[in-house]
Design a binder for this molecule. Structure first.
Ligand code: ADP
Ligand code: MG
Length: 236
């Protein structure tokens, strides 16, 4: 059980123009607490800071200002052997696909399972997870043999492997057709009803509007809306 929280979190990047020494804030003054079991959509146009916020929440990057917490413990303290706490807490699907191209889907999942300390149970867990995302037969395929939508679902399966309490999903629905988006949202809803926290960056406005969950809206790196039972475009 893990509440996750950002407190005045900011992340800056150097400009690609080497002469430009100013810091460019990808996000700033992010304040949000997400309790165990919440379902949150993270929305905003391209470049608004959604991916950066997800990475800060999951401890993939550290904030330049402010802090990220799991249950009131600063994530910055989870380094070295303590890092296992992050791996146990989060199932992550990044915006860019991360599958190893020269390994089969099953091998990819086993690598991920081992990284999470799963040994003999990894294969059974991988088969179960592939079943959950509706792709029970793809274990022997290579990533290039699957459609982009199937690859995204395999990545969701990988995130689900060790049944983490929190899922951080970045544009998972971007390359899926509507029917598949429904299937995925149905699965996420079911996991959520059993207590899994879901934080999902998405552009799929019609689905956000039907689901009526918490909606956090980012504009230019700042939270401009955080609404329970929200809709796309709610700013409060
Ligand atoms: P979103 O996911 O909403 O599209 P991002 O979090 O990816 O937004 O990006 C927010 C801002 O930070 C953008 O202006 C982007 O160009 C910048 N940014 C993100 N990651 C990097 C990086 N690794 N290096 C430089 N700038 C970055
Ligand atoms: Mg993004």
């Amino acid at each position: 059980m893990s509440a996750i929280r950002l407190e005045n979190a900011a992340k800056a990047y150097k400009s690609e123009d080497k002469k430009d020494k100013r810091k460019h804030f990808a996000v700033r003054e992010l304040n949000a607490t997400i309790e165990q079991g919440e379902f949150v959509f993270l929305i905003g146009s391209s470049g608004a800071g959604k991916s950066t916020m997800l990475k800060l929440l999951g401890g993939e990057i550290s904030p330049d200002e402010g802090a990220a917490y799991i249950d009131d413990v600063n994530i910055a303290r989870y380094f070295g052997p303590w890092k296992a706490r992050l791996t146990r807490t989060f199932g992550i699907v990044g915006q860019q696909t991360m599958l190893i191209r020269k390994r089969t889907i099953m091998e990819n999942l086993l690598v991920a399972g081992r990284a999470r300390g799963m040994q003999r149970k990894a294969r059974a867990a991988a088969e179960k997870a592939l079943g959950l995302v509706g792709l029970p037969g793809v274990g022997d395929c290579y990533p290039a043999e699957l459609s982009i939508g199937e690859v995204r679902r395999v990545e969701l399966a990988r995130a689900l492997l060790s049944s983490p309490p929190v899922l951080l999903l970045d544009e998972l629905t971007a390359n899926l057709d509507d029917d598949t988006i429904w299937d995925v949202l149905h699965l996420l809803n079911e996991l959520n009803s059993k207590g899994t926290t879901i934080v999902m960056a998405t552009h799929a406005s019609q689905f956000v509007n039907i689901m009526r969950r918490r909606v956090i809206t980012l504009v230019d790196g700042r939270i401009v809306g955080d609404v329970k039972n929200g809709k796309y475009g709610d700013i409060v």
